[in-house]
Write a protein that binds this ligand. Structure first.
Ligand SMILES: [Zn+2]
Length: 461
């Protein structure tokens, strides 16, 4: 099967050919750990998890290396640390904020059914590599030191701007380019900057005497180099990272190593909206993964997001996740008794076509119809294919037992009522069994009598 991926760099869908078949390498920009991750952060994690699973299947799990970094040097982290723990020394406060946030992020994305990357490097553990890059760039004449800053000189790179496909004039007009007295040219960007007293600081590269800290773009060039090499196969992230972040990563890596490319394929997931609006704290529609997981199972969030092909803008809606939950209820019920069978070729072909998840789901819905008519083969195939996409990962009874946090229901009381109702039905006292069912319905509990004679329940939504 041929995998085709859309490459932002060439603006084409191309057959994917790894540089080294035995070592397929992917880097994805990870979170900045200062607060709960929001659903916009969830999208690249889910999208590239689907790609990771597919790559592992196509090339063999032991031949794929997925690196996703943790940004733990950032002004937002410093601000948050000072605000949250004013009594701690700043560095201790920073460690507390980044460790807590990192743990929360791991819990959230695990609940969304995402595999761990093979390596999850932290910026603070790669400062040496970053300093080496700065020194190389200065030695190659692509960077300079001014007022204790190290800056990348954009004019030193002939084809800067190729990824975002913009001219320098457009970039200056479109981006909030910071004009600063230490810059030779407004487009030049910071590789290293001095730290104010009390801020995290490391001995500086480039002969700079004052201690300082890296600019944001530098860490991804350093960590991808350390863990994947000077050039690798796939670099991913959200579309908002194309410029300036990815453009600057390319400039740093290519000029440091004199290579014609950093990564072969650049992949970007589209923007995310919430109920048709741009998500913003100020708009009051800011949704964290943590909040969603109180209301919906992680797999429902995952399925809802994958209903849209990753390059398209995605509109998060409550109706969408409700529908996804219903779909999964059905899939779990249909596949509870079967083990995974053959994967559905149509669905896998759709995934190999630039992760066309909507097309893959269309194939799965056909399997669902066949399974509902009693085809055990279709049910087994549905299970295997959904699992390739990171769905149907739980035992069916665990899925059925999931409850939203917001519903305070005494489960032992519900179980006791179900037992009493079953006893009434056995005694053919249908008036009593109906009464109990109605009593539970009034509490928001919906009963489901299964073919095997058991009764399960869920919360009405
Ligand atoms: Zn990055």
């Amino acid at each position: 099967m041929e995998l085709k991926l859309y490459n932002t760099l060439t603006r084409r869908k191309e057959p994917f050919r790894p540089i080294d078949l035995a070592r397929v390498r992917m880097y994805v920009c990870g979170p900045t750990v200062y607060d709960f991750a929001h659903i916009g952060n969830a999208r690249p994690v889910i999208v590239f998890d689907v790609l990771y699973r597919l790559l592992r299947q196509l090339f063999g799990a032991e031949h794929v290396k997925y690196v996703r970094n943790i940004t733990d040097v950032d002004d937002k982290i410093n601000a948050r640390a000072a605000e949250e723990c004013p009594d701690l020394p700043l560095n201790d406060a920073i460690r507390k904020v980044t460790e807590t946030t990192e743990r929360q992020f791991h819990e959230d994305v695990a609940a969304l059914g995402c595999l761990k990357p093979d390596v999850e490097p932290r910026a603070t553990e790669h400062v040496e590599e970053m300093k080496q890059l700065v020194d190389r760039l200065i030695a190659h004449g692509c960077a300079y030191v001014a007022q204790d800053h190290a800056l990348f000189h954009v004019a030193a790179m002939k084809d800067y701007g190729k990824l975002s496909n913009r001219s320098l004039d457009e970039m200056i007009a479109g981006a909030r380019v910071e004009v600063a007295p230490y810059k030779r040219d407004p487009m030049d960007f910071v590789l290293w900057k001095p730290s104010a007293p009390g801020e995290p600081a490391w001995p500086s590269p480039g002969g700079i005497k004052t201690p300082g800290r890296p600019g944001w773009h530098l860490e991804c060039s350093a960590m991808s180099w350390k863990h994947l090499g000077e050039t690798f196969d796939i670099h991913g992230g959200g579309i908002d990272l194309v410029f300036p972040h990815h453009e600057n990563e390319i400039a740093q890596s290519r000029c440091a190593f004199h290579t014609p490319m950093m990564a072969q394929v650049w992949m970007h997931n589209g923007f995310l909206q919430v109920e048709g609006e741009k998500m913003a704290k100020s708009a009051g529609n800011f949704v964290t993964i943590r909040d969603l997981l109180k209301e919906w199972p992680g797999e429902a969030v995952r399925l809802a997001m994958l209903q849209t092909q990753y390059r398209q803008p995605f509109n998060w809606t409550e109706a969408g996740v409700r529908e996804a939950k219903r779909t999964l209820d059905h899939w779990y019920a249909l596949t509870a008794e079967v083990s995974a069978g053959m994967q559905c070729a149509d669905a896998v072909t759709a995934l190999a076509d630039d992760l066309n998840t909507p097309q893959a789901f269309a194939a799965l819905h056909e399997l669902r119809s066949a399974a509902a008519k009693g085809s055990a083969g279709a049910a087994a195939s549905l299970r295997a294919t959904a699992q390739l996409m990171g769905l149907l990962q739980l035992p069916a009874n665990q899925w059925a037992a999931w409850r939203p946090d917001s519903v305070a229901i005494d489960e032992s009381k519900v179980e006791a009522s179900i037992a009493a109702r079953n006893a009434a039905r056995k005694a053919k006292n249908f008036k009593e069994s109906d009464r109990i069912r109605d009593e539970l319905a009034a509490m928001g509990v919906v009963l489901k009598d299964n073919k095997d004679g058991t009764t399960t329940w869920e919360v009405a939504r």
